[in-house]
Design a protein. Structure first.
Lengths: 405, 158
């Protein structure tokens, strides 16, 4: 095998006649997947400097939330990471419940685990599928779109929506699982997803073209990744086994048997490998969660947080008043501040919430996992080729919705 | 009582204003003057090792004596522990030292706090707007910035 060319040898010293060239990438560019923009300084094709810019998708999530009730914020959280909205719903509901001191029902905990892991799988599928399109491997994209579609059918059945799910509620969920839903989840998890993962695995994992294209591209050391605040698959690819599902087990993750895959070099190849393995581990978790799924109610039994039954609202005045106050003023959440973090598909999704009592939040700050990842992009690609920026960007999986909020 | 409280009280007795662990989140309110040394100590002390700056944000308590609050959320990979550090700033002088030298990853969070609340991070290498565009006037997450206010949507000047 030929020795690879050391492209970093002359970084910082432009060739002969060349002045560094400034090139603009984005905000509307097929390979940025979202409205992201880079100002790249190039020497030939080598990246000397890179300045990421964003904010094109800023919708004022935090400002809007300050004028909404606690429940009205839930639909806004769908629009953060729109590739796995159910996980945002879960993260937000858990933060508010921590503030209220609510212990949700066992069944609800298991349901939240199942929907989170389904979301993680489709999020990783989008990430791998689309980043492979950027590298010219369109087939994998279609191979992953089929199971993703199947999961969307399940989500649609669960809450009536495909993308804007708004499934969780403070103290529970919008509705219990539909009849026979878990069987259909199992059918998809056993019959459709593993096969597609195996297909993509066969196409990529031992494919020399793929390996040589991605290995050593966009690497980061464990130390740098920690200093830059990386979390999730990008941090684990660098060899740091931080996974909140293991380290700070929330919901019922401590009751399941699953592994946390890690990489070594923190490069594009490792990020791909970590994501592939995480999908398999998520399938394991779903199997176990459905096997252990307890019966009972999905919502807590507390009229302060849960809407009265519709039949009751039509028939008795207390329920009607309760319903009215609930919708118009919002649930009453005690004053205080909490930070609650969950392991979303891209890393730590944190909600810092300040309440001064009353029906709506005083302040909500989202800690989106993409924010430090996008900040670290220049660190990943400086000294590499311009085309490697595209490969790296796809594997880091920047979602503008949660980046810009 | 959390070990973080003890260590901080011991090392910076004059700077720790108050502590609480409401809702299970360890929180320390400190003075702003020596914030950089406090954060460096939290990162480097062998018993604490807060190597992650997970989040930084501002909060606007309009009408209170100290209007702004800067909130740091730190995480220790080794000790699996979290802490929240808060600093109160006066409205007329919303200035605090930057922590970019402590955690390079905190750079953009500080820019966002400047963008959204107008909190100045002294010594920050590139304190520019991040979500808003340069010509935007005001700081949108301040409580006295009206939610429905509209400004011309123009791109960056270049």
């Amino acid at each position: 095998m030929a020795e690879p060319v050391d492209i970093t040898a002359n970084v910082g010293t432009p060739d002969l006649q060349a002045e560094p060239m400034l090139i603009n990438i984005g905000p509307s560019h097929p390979a940025t997947h979202a409205t992201l923009r880079f100002k790249a300084t190039l020497d030939g094709e080598t990246i000397l400097d890179l300045v990421p810019e964003f904010g094109y998708l800023h919708r004022g999530f935090e400002k809007e939330s300050e004028a909404a009730t606690w429940t009205q914020v839930i639909p806004y959280t769908d629009r953060l990471n729109y590739v796995s909205p159910l996980m945002n719903n879960v993260g937000y509901a858990m933060a508010v419940e921590k503030l209220c001191g609510i212990e949700i029902t066992e069944r609800c905990k298991y349901v939240r685990v199942i929907i989170s892991e389904l979301s993680r799988i489709i999020d990783h599928m989008v990430c791998i599928g689309t980043s492979m399109v950027d590298l010219g491997a369109l087939t994998n994209f279609w191979y992953f779109w089929k199971p993703r579609e199947e999961v969307y059918f399940l989500i649609e059945e669960l809450c009536g929506q495909r993308l804007t799910t708004s499934y969780t509620r403070i103290g529970g969920a919008m509705a219990d699982l539909p009849e026979g839903w878990t069987d259909r989840v199992l059918a998809v998890c056993r019959g459709v997803i593993p096969e597609c993962i195996a297909d993509v695995n066969a196409l990529l994992t031992k494919n020399r073209i793929f390996i040589e294209r991605t290995m050593g591209v966009g690497p980061i050391s464990a130390k740098d990744a920690v200093a830059l605040g990386f979390t999730g698959p990008c941090l684990r690819a660098a060899g740091v086994p931080l996974d909140l599902r293991k380290d700070e087990p929330y919901l019922v993750y401590d009751r399941f048997d699953f592994d946390v895959p890690i990489g070594e070099a923190g490069d594009t190849c490792d990020r791909y490998m970590v994501r592939m393995e995480e999908m398999r581990q998520s399938l394991r978790i779903i199997e176990q969660a459905i096997a252990k799924l307890p019966g009972g109610p999905i919502n807590i039994d507390d009229p302060r947080f849960i809407l009265p039954e519709k039949a009751q609202v039509y028939e008795n005045i207390e329920a009607l008043m309760n319903h009215f106050k609930f919708i118009m003023e919002g649930v009453k959440v005690p004053a205080g501040e909490v930070y609650s973090a969950t392991e979303a598909a891209n890393g730590e999704l944190g909600f810092y919430i300040v309440s001064r009592g009353g029906g709506g939040p005083y302040k909500i700050k989202v800690r989106p996992p993409c924010f430090p990842l996008f900040q670290g992009i220049p660190h990943l690609v400086k000294g590499q080729m311009l085309a490697d920026l595209i490969a790296t960007l796809g594997s880091v999986n920047i979602i503008a919705g949660e980046l810009d909020r | 009582m959390s070990i973080v409280f003890d260590k901080l009280r011991q090392r910076f007795p004059a700077d720790v204003v108050s502590t609480h662990s409401d809702f299970g989140d360890d929180t320390v309110l400190v003075q702003r003057e020596r914030i950089a040394s406090i954060l460096t100590f939290l990162r480097d002390d062998p018993e604490l090792r807060f190597d992650f700056a997970m989040d930084l944000t501002g909060v606007d308590y309009l009408g209170e004596e100290h209007r702004f609050e800067v909130v740091y959320h730190l995480y220790s990979l080794e000790k699996k522990r979290r802490v929240r550090i808060k600093v109160r700033l006066h409205e007329d002088d919303p200035v605090i030292d930057t922590a970019v030298a402590v955690w390079p990853g905190i750079d953009w969070y500080e820019r966002e706090a400047w963008d959204m609340y107008g909190i100045v991070f002294r010594g920050h290498p590139n304190l520019k707007r991040i979500l808003m565009y340069e010509a935007f006037e005001g700081h949108p997450l301040r409580k006295d910035y009206p939610k429905a206010k509209r400004q011309p949507t123009i791109g960056p000047e270049e």
